[in-house]
Design a protein around this ligand. Structure first.
Ligand SMILES: NC(=O)c1ccc[n+]([C@@H]2O[C@H](COP(=O)([O-])OP(=O)(O)OC[C@H]3O[C@@H](n4cnc5c(N)ncnc54)[C@H](OP(=O)(O)O)[C@@H]3O)[C@@H](O)[C@H]2O)c1
Length: 326
């Protein structure tokens, strides 16, 4: 499955349709949703500087979403690199996600960037319109990967509504893919009960499931199921969004000391050795370089097992648990 891209030294993972997905990408969600500051929500203004730093450091794979508000910043920053000939469109891999349901009330996200699945008169049309806006904001003709952001609203208990709606949305995704405007399509935050009925009705199977994955949150059963169904796992919030004490966990610190790399690098390496595509966010030039320098060392089986064991018991998460959503 793993191959080396010619674009840079980051390995690529082959999707079922042959598209190569770089195993390390840059997360373009900026803001605070863990309650560290007074304001909770997205702060896309932080991305102007950080995306430029990420490009300079060597990142060429970017993960954004309609609700992050960073598609324009990503497109404009890339545009400057395209304009002076430093970079061409085929040298970058761009992902966006659509149809984020209404956010929990304490998180400030404009209702124009989220979607009320219950009252939207025509979700399929909404997807097609949002996707056009998404391309316009980024100033590009196609995305490399388009994901359905969440399987349903966070409070949805109506299984039939969820199943029917996901099938409708997926048919819009298939249309976009068939038009060549998304080279690959997939889902995010899908549990097994969301995937099973979708796989039965889909004409094109989802190629990716983007999930919260880190050593404190690692649903091996779901990951194995997705892999067996041909999906690549993308790990979001790979450092638990810098929260939950993961980066200072004594086991992670001990392994970091043993191998002579930072705790962040050890965590990223754990993801890579599990075969995940991993999407860290950083606004620091030093940590951006660190996060790229993870292909020059390996964790031994014992270290991998110790990190796996941190996920024993109840998963600790930074985002809502999708398993309760119908
Ligand atoms: N599909 C979804 O529903 C979903 C949900 C959440 C996130 N995501 C995606 O996943 C991406 C990453 O998740 P995230 O932004 O929540 O958090 P994250 O990447 O897990 O963590 C970011 C935090 O870790 C710090 N950090 C970065 N590199 C580090 C290193 N080497 N050592 C120590 N600390 C380091 C950053 O600080 P500095 O900036 O100061 O370095 C920042 O505070 C998002 O940007 C988004 O693209 C998707």
């Amino acid at each position: 499955m793993t191959e080396t891209t010619t674009k840079n030294t980051i390995p690529g993972v082959k999707l079922t349709n042959g598209v190569s997905l770089p195993q390390l990408g840059y997360g373009c969600a900026f803001g605070d949703w863990l309650g560290r500051t007074d304001f909770q929500g997205f702060l896309p203004e932080q991305s102007w500087h950080a995306i430029e730093l990420a490009l300079k450091a060597g990142f060429r794979h970017f993960d954004t979403a309609y609700c992050y508000g960073t598609e324009r910043h990503l497109g404009d920053t890339l545009g400057r690199w395209f304009a002076d000939g430093t970079l061409t469109r085929d040298q970058v891999f761009l992902t966006t996600k659509l149809l984020h349901p209404a956010a929990p009330p304490h998180i400030a996200i404009s209702h124009r960037l989220t979607c009320d699945w219950y009252t939207e008169p025509d979700l399929k049309q909404r997807i097609l319109d949002d996707f056009d806006r998404s391309k316009e904001k980024a100033g590009i003709g196609y995305y490399d990967l388009l994901l359905m952001h969440w399987p349903a609203p966070f409070d949805n208990t109506d299984a039939e509504f969820g199943r029917r709606t996901r099938a409708d949305i997926w048919s819009a995704f298939e249309e976009i893919h068939q038009r060549g405007e998304a080279r690959a399509i997939g889902v995010s935050n899908f549990a097994r009960h969301h995937l099973e009925p979708l796989l039965e009705t889909a004409t094109i199977q989802p190629m990716v499931n983007q999930l919260e994955v880190h050593p404190y949150c690692h649903d091996a059963e779901l990951i194995d199921y997705c892999k067996a169904a041909g999906m690549v796992i993308e790990a979001y919030a790979p450092f638990a969004s810098g929260g939950l004490g993961l980066l200072d966990d004594p086991a992670v610190m001990e392994i970091a000391k043993q191998v002579g790399y930072s705790t962040g690098q050890v965590i990223l390496r754990w993801h890579i050795q599990h075969g995940h595509v991993v999407l860290p966010k950083s606004s620091s030039p030093r940590r951006l370089s660190e996060n790229l320098a993870i292909f020059e060392f390996e964790l031994d089986d014992d270290s991998m097992a110790r990190l796996d064991a941190l996920g024993g018991g109840e998963a600790r998460r930074t985002c809502p648990d999708p398993s309760g959503i119908q």
